[in-house]
Design a protein around this ligand. Structure first.
Ligand code: PHE
Length: 459
């Protein structure tokens, strides 16, 4: 263990920093559009089910691993078990893949911020015009790349500033601000003409839309949104204090994260229904619907600027956490200064994100498995890499890791939270592996194959 490792300062810091990672584009951009594609209310219920049965135990397990080992993700798994070091590599590789597409969308938020600040947003009144704005921008080759690059550079600077001055300070200030603006927008959106239809769509479950894919999407979204199944929470927890209450931190992060996703949906869906846009519009949903609400308000440019600034900020606290996983690994394991490690990683990310940005526009005809690079990176992480990471983490902590570590970390060496420890141990050992495996197999068509075999045997 390194004695001189930095730790976070104040009491709230652990929650704010972890929530900074968790709350991001995943909540405000990804959650509403995935929910929209999966029938709204029914998706919300399945999502909450995934958060409680999978998200909570895996997040707590990752916090425990991080704070116990006080190392980067690879170092952490290696010190617990040589055999499981591969999980550490998966935990460092996944942030790369995520950042490839995440930086592109983060760049879009910057462009929208600039269009809002300059008042240009007021020219796009109808939803058709907003659709046009989005398409023109995302498809043009140069502009989105420039914004993406600016975003990458900002992330880089904060990473180089370090854990306390950069990461901790930015999260403390920005998270509360985000909540206030979202709440105001939600009130405005719900009161739009026809807005209540959106509320119905989101809160009244329609199970006829539920398929096996809904479960996969909800599971993937819960991992993505909580930043679990990869090295983020392990790395962050390695900076937590010894007396940080991990159970409370986990609950608070989950409540905050889910609250923001629900709040964002109460902003988006009423606006979608009010403007007559299909809730299944996909990745462009937030970018097309929101400007239409702003234009019904007074001082649209101000609201719009506030919103896209905060969306950018929420994205930033997440890109920082993703970059930090790789930086911590490279600098600690390859014995390099933070600065140098960050520079190499940033260089590689620039190449990947630029390619992903091009794949939305002029490069959209180049596909792999029927998907553009952008879509591929996004679905590869959320639907495959993170859940596999989570599955392995559950199996490792449930079956192979020394039980005392989990117990010591969850209870802080006392008798508090023994009940939580026992429940989490069971969830990790049985419930998570079974549930995750079933969802995977279902989506690979395993069960329909079995049914087919069964039916044909009967004949
Ligand atoms: N949780 C972040 C979001 O919701 C994304 C993220 C995923 C960040 C994985 C870190 C790790 O936007």
């Amino acid at each position: 263990m390194k004695r001189d490792r930095v730790t976070l300062g104040g009491k709230l810091s652990a929650v704010l920093v972890a929530a900074g990672s968790a709350v991001g584009l995943g909540n405000i951009w990804r959650f509403p559009y995935i929910a929209g594609e999966n029938g709204g209310g029914a998706f919300l219920l399945i999502y909450i089910f995934c958060i409680m049965l999978l998200g909570f135990p895996v997040l707590l397990a990752e916090f425990s691993i991080g704070r116990h080992t006080r190392k980067n993700a690879v170092g952490a798994y290696r010190s617990l078990s040589k055999r499981w070091t591969f999980l550490g590599y998966n935990a460092v590789l996944s942030p790369f893949v995520i950042l490839g597409s995440y930086f592109v969308v983060a760049g879009w938020t910057l462009e929208y911020l600039v269009v809002s600040l300059t008042g240009g947003i007021t020219n796009y009144v109808s939803s058709a015009a907003n659709e046009q704005l989005f398409n023109d921008f995302a498809i043009s080759p140069v502009r989105p790349i420039i914004y993406t690059l600016i975003f990458i550079v900002i992330t880089h600077i904060i990473i180089v500033m370090g854990v306390r001055k950069g990461i901790e300070r930015s999260a403390k200030f920005l998270m509360p601000l985000l909540l206030v603006v979202l709440a105001v927008l939600a009130v405005r959106s719900v009161t739009l003409p026809g807005g209540t239809e959106g509320i119905k769509f989101f809160f009244k479950p329609d199970f006829s839309k539920v398929t096996a894919a809904t479960f996969l999407n909800a599971m993937g979204q819960s991992f993505f949104s909580l930043s679990i199944g990869l090295g983020c929470m392990i790395t962050y927890a390695s900076y937590f204090k010894r007396d940080t209450n991990l159970t409370a931190t986990t609950s608070n992060v989950i409540i905050l994260d889910t609250f923001v996703a629900i709040l964002a949906s109460t902003v988006i869906f009423p606006a979608v229904f009010s403007a007559g846009i299909a809730p299944e519009a996909g990745a462009s949903l937030v970018f097309i619907t929101l400007p239409s609400i702003f234009n019904t308000m007074q001082l649209p440019w101000l609201w719009s600027s506030a919103f896209f600034l905060l969306l950018g900020v929420a994205a930033l606290t997440s890109t920082i956490s993703l970059h930090e996983v790789i930086t911590a690994y490279v600098s600690e394991e390859w014995h390099m200064s933070r600065k140098k490690a960050a520079r190499i990683i940033t260089g590689l990310l620039i190449v990947l994100a630029s390619a992903a940005s091009l794949s939305v526009g002029i490069g959209r005809d180049y596909t792999l498995f029927g998907m553009t690079l952008f879509d591929l990176l996004d679905s590869l992480t959320a639907d495959i890499l993170l859940p596999i990471g989570g599955l392995c983490t559950a199996i490792f902590t449930g079956w192979f890791m020394d039980r005392r570590i989990l117990r010591e970390q969850i209870t802080n060496g006392q008798s508090r939270h023994l009940f939580v420890y026992r429940t989490v141990a069971i969830l990790l050992k049985y419930v998570c592996p079974v549930l995750l495996t079933v969802i995977f197999l279902y989506n690979l068509g395993f069960f329909s194959l079995l049914t087919n075999i069964f039916v044909s045997l009967q004949h």
